[in-house]
Design a protein around this ligand. Structure first.
Ligand code: TRP
Length: 335
């Protein structure tokens, strides 16, 4: 170990699918964390629009969601001067590396992926090859940048493990091609539950719009949604079986304020559920307001957005090209 200031920072790579609506679950589970770790690591962040097409997409909606997703990252504090931020489909190296990785990934391994099994049940009429090889594309995303750490939610852990297996396999055959990546899980507030049913994960595809809070929801909507959050009929702000709704609100409040459970319980000692819901609503609304404003500003400046993703893509390709060249050479493709 050296403590020289020139010591190389670890490389972080992560991606988020352009889903249209970003909930506070997406924000707390991914984007907020990305903005916070930029100082500590050399970060590469992308809008994973290739991954999005494993389920049917309306082309115009996909284009809009991709731009909105990119603008959302910047609005939430991902800094294109400090980190590499780009759009996955702009860098052809991802699909190029994926081919090589596909040939080192077994049918059986991909068949065992829980997300593949879930999605092929949910989209039974469209179990396409892209859905099946989604994890090798994700492995390509990670390995191209020699990432040490991959911030993901628990649902993506199996995919990162597959990427590790591919690394070990290919490094075993060809020598040191890839860095072995590790997951980086967000500290707390990773799993935000539905406000309408605290036993279900918060999801923007929930038919009940009161069940989720979107980052771009206006202030009064946010407050209203928290006021109508489903809770039990008891009292007291603490976690306990049967108080999942209150527990979820505590998780959210804690993620936005940094307060511990004990501090929250003390703060609302003697107060009712209504007071707590209002406080959480106002806190979240206040935290989201600047993001919503920046998002509107950035989205209005199309030239700025384009310049950002173009320079992001250039920087990304410079890095990923090194890995891709090395792999293609080792595998035996003619230069
Ligand atoms: N599959 C991830 C998700 O749906 C998004 C993603 C794509 C990703 N490529 C990645 C995450 C690479 C981490 C690293 O959440």
């Amino acid at each position: 170990m050296t403590d020289s200031p020139a010591e190389k920072k670890k490389i972080v790579l992560s991606g988020i699918q352009p889903s249209g609506v970003f909930t506070i679950g997406n924000y707390l589970g991914a984007i907020k964390n990305w903005a916070e770790i930029q100082e500590q690591y050399d970060c590469v962040f992308m809008v994973a629009n290739l991954h999005a097409t494993t389920v049917r997409q309306d082309p115009a909606a996909l284009r809009k969601n991709t731009i909105d997703g990119f603008a959302m990252l910047l609005a939430a504090g991902v800094d294109p001067k400090r980190s590499i931020v780009f759009i996955q489909s702009h860098n052809p190296h991802h699909t190029q590396l994926m081919w090589a990785l596909n040939c080192f990934t077994q049918f059986g391994e991909l068949s065992r992926m829980t997300q593949f099994k879930d999605k092929s049940a949910r989209y039974a009429d469209n179990i396409n090859a892209g859905l099946f090889t989604y994890p090798t594309l994700m492995a390509a995303d990670i390995l191209l940048y020699q990432a040490d750490l991959v911030p993901v939610g628990a649902d993506q852990k199996q995919h990162v493990e597959l990427a590790r297996d591919i690394v070990n396999r290919m490094n075993g055959v060809y020598g040191n091609l890839f860095t072995l990546p590790d997951c980086l899980f967000p500290k707390a507030g990773a799993k935000i539950m539905s406000l309408a049913d605290p036993t279900k994960k918060m999801s923007k595809s929930d038919a009940n719009p009161k069940s989720f809070v979107a980052v771009l929801d206006p202030k009064d909507t946010v407050i209203k949604k928290f006021r109508s959050a489903v809770t039990d009929s008891g009292s007291g702000i603490y976690r306990a079986p049967g108080k999942e709704g209150i527990g979820n609100l505590m998780t959210i409040y804690s993620a936005f304020t940094g307060k511990t459970d004990e501090e929250i319980t003390a703060e609302f000692d003697g107060k009712g559920y209504g007071d707590f819901k209002t406080a959480v609503g106002e806190t979240v609304a206040d935290a989201l307001a600047p993001i919503r404003e920046r998002f509107a500003e950035i989205s209005a400046d199309k030239a700025y957005l384009r310049a950002c993703w173009e320079s992001g893509c250039e920087a990304a390709q410079r890095l990923s090209g090194r890995t891709l060249n090395k792999v293609y050479k080792k595998v035996g493709f003619l230069p």
